[in-house]
Design a binder for this molecule. Structure first.
Ligand SMILES: NC(=O)C1=CN([C@@H]2O[C@H](COP(=O)(O)OP(=O)(O)OC[C@H]3O[C@@H](n4cnc5c(N)ncnc54)[C@H](O)[C@@H]3O)[C@@H](O)[C@H]2O)C=CC1
Ligand SMILES: O=C(CO)COP(=O)(O)O
Length: 336
C-alpha cells in the first residue's frame, strides 16, 4: 500500500502544513484551494502568505482550484477543511475520489446536528467503511511544524495497514507519526481539547495564572475521558499525544486559535469581535462546545467545562459568572 501521489483538499494553516510535511517526506502533493489566487500563489511563488507568512513551500508541492485536477491519480486524499464544512465539501468531491484512495481526515470537531465524528461524516458521504478512514490528531500547531520544529502525531485507523501507509508517506526529519487503532479516542481527544483550550483562553483573559490553567487542562482531560468511556474509547489514548499531548500544546500556546478566541472573550470582547479577529481562520471549539455538550447530554455524561463554554459562546453568559459556577459545584471525589 505504498503512497506516492497525494491530494490535499483545503489550503488553510493545517492543510498547507500537512501538504508540506508530505512533500518534505518525498511525496508528490497537489493541493486544492478554494480561491484561485491562493492556488496560484502556492503553485508559482511557493508560499501561502494568508495562512503561513514567511514559510517557503517545497517545489514538489503544487496547487489548483479544480478538485478534479487535485484528485486525479491520488493514492491518498487528505481532507483539510473545517469540521462543520466537511460534509458539504465532500458531497461536491465524492464522485471525483479515486477508487481505493486512502481517505485521511485532519479536522478536529463533532458535527452539529448529527453529532458525528469526522470519520463517521466521511463514511456517511462516501460510503467508505469508517474503519478505513485515517484520522490525524496530536499536538500539531501548524505554524510551528511549518517551520520544521519537531513534533509527533497519531495516525488512527482501525485498519493498521492504512495507518502504516500514511505513516510511511508523512514521516520526515521533523515530523514523527505514530499509529493507533483507537479512532474514537483520537477523534474525541482532538475535538474536546479545542473546547478546553477555549476555557484556558477565557481564564487567561480574566487574568488567572498557571494553577487555573493546570486545573482546566486536568479536569478537561477527565471530562474528555468520561465521554470517551461512554463511546468505547481506549482510556490509554487520553494519556497519549491525541489526549494530554494536544491539550497541553493547545491550551498553553498563544498560536492556538481556540485559546486566543477564548482570551478575547475573557478580556471582554464580544463574540462578533473575537470572530472578526480570527482573520477567517476557524476556532473549532466554538461549534464543538455545542455539539459535544449535546452528545454528553444524550449519553448522560457530566462535562461541566464544556457546558460552561457553551453558555459563554452560545447563551452570552458572562465568563466570570460561569467561572464562579464551576468552582461552586457540588463537592465530590476526584474520580467520581
Ligand atoms: N491549524 C492547526 O494548527 C491545526 C488544525 N487542525 C484542524 O484542521 C482543520 C482545518 O484547520 P485549518 O487548516 O487550520 O483551518 P483554516 O481556517 O486555516 O483553513 C480552512 C481551509 O478550509 C477551506 N474551506 C473550504 N470550504 C470552506 C468553507 N465552506 N468555509 C470555510 N473554509 C472552507 C478554507 O478555504 C481554508 O483553506 C480544523 O478542523 C482544525 O481544527 C488540526 C491540527 C492543527
Ligand atoms: O489542533 C491544533 C493543535 O494541535 C490547533 O489548534 P487551534 O485550532 O486552536 O489553533
Amino acid at each position: 500500500m505504498a503512497v506516492q501521489r497525494v491530494a490535499v483538499l483545503g489550503a488553510g494553516s493545517w492543510g498547507t502544513t500537512f501538504a508540506k510535511i508530505l512533500a518534505d517526506a518525498g511525496r508528490d502533493v497537489t493541493m486544492w484551494a478554494r480561491r484561485e489566487e491562493i492556488a496560484a500563489e502556492i503553485r508559482d511563488l511557493h508560499t501561502n502568505s494568508s495562512y503561513l507568512p514567511d514559510v517557503r513551500l517545497p517545489d514538489r508541492l503544487t496547487a489548483t482550484a479544480d478538485p478534479a485536477v487535485a484528485l486525479d491519480g491520488a493514492e491518498a486524499v487528505v481532507l483539510a477543511v473545517p469540521s462543520q464544512r466537511l460534509r458539504e465539501n465532500l458531497l461536491a468531491w465524492k464522485d471525483l475520489l479515486p477508487e481505493d484512495a486512502i481517505l485521511v481526515s485532519l479536522a478536529k470537531g463533532v458535527e452539529l446536528g448529527t453529532l458525528k465524528r469526522m470519520s463517521e461524516v466521511v463514511s456517511d458521504v462516501t460510503g467508505v467503511d469508517p474503519g478505513d478512514v485515517v484520522v490525524v490528531s496530536g499536538p500539531n500547531l501548524a505554524k510551528e511544524i511549518a517551520r520544521k520544529q519537531p513534533a509527533a502525531a497519531v495516525l488512527a485507523c482501525a485498519d493498521h495497514d492504512r495507518a502504516v501507509a500514511i505513516q510511511e508517506a508523512s514521516f520526515n526529519a521533523y515530523f514523527r507519526p505514530y499509529t493507533n487503532t483507537d479512532v474514537v479516542g483520537c477523534e474525541l481527544g482532538g475535538a474536546c481539547k479545542n473546547v478546553i483550550a477555549l476555557s484556558c483562553g477565557v481564564a487567561a483573559g480574566l487574568g488567572f495564572g498557571a494553577n487555573t490553567m493546570a486545573t482546566l487542562i486536568t479536569r478537561g482531560l477527565a471530562e474528555t475521558a468520561r465521554l470517551g468511556a461512554a463511546l468505547g474509547a481506549d482510556p490509554l489514548t487520553f494519556a497519549g499525544l491525541a489526549g494530554v499531548g494536544d491539550l497541553v500544546a493547545t491550551c498553553s500556546s498563544p498560536l492556538s486559535r481556540n485559546r486566543t478566541f477564548g482570551e478575547r472573550i475573557g478580556r471582554g470582547d464580544s463574540l462578533e469581535a473575537a470572530r472578526a479577529a480570527q482573520g477567517g481562520q476557524v476556532a473549532e471549539g466554538v461549534s464543538s462546545c455545542h455539539s459535544i455538550r449535546e452528545l454528553a447530554l444524550r449519553l448522560d455524561v457530566d462535562m461541566p467545562i464544556t457546558d460552561a463554554m457553551y453558555r459563554v459562546c452560545h447563551e452570552g453568559v458572562d465568563p466570570g459568572t460561569v467561572g464562579a459556577e464551576l468552582l461552586g459545584r457540588r463537592q465530590k471525589h476526584e474520580w467520581s
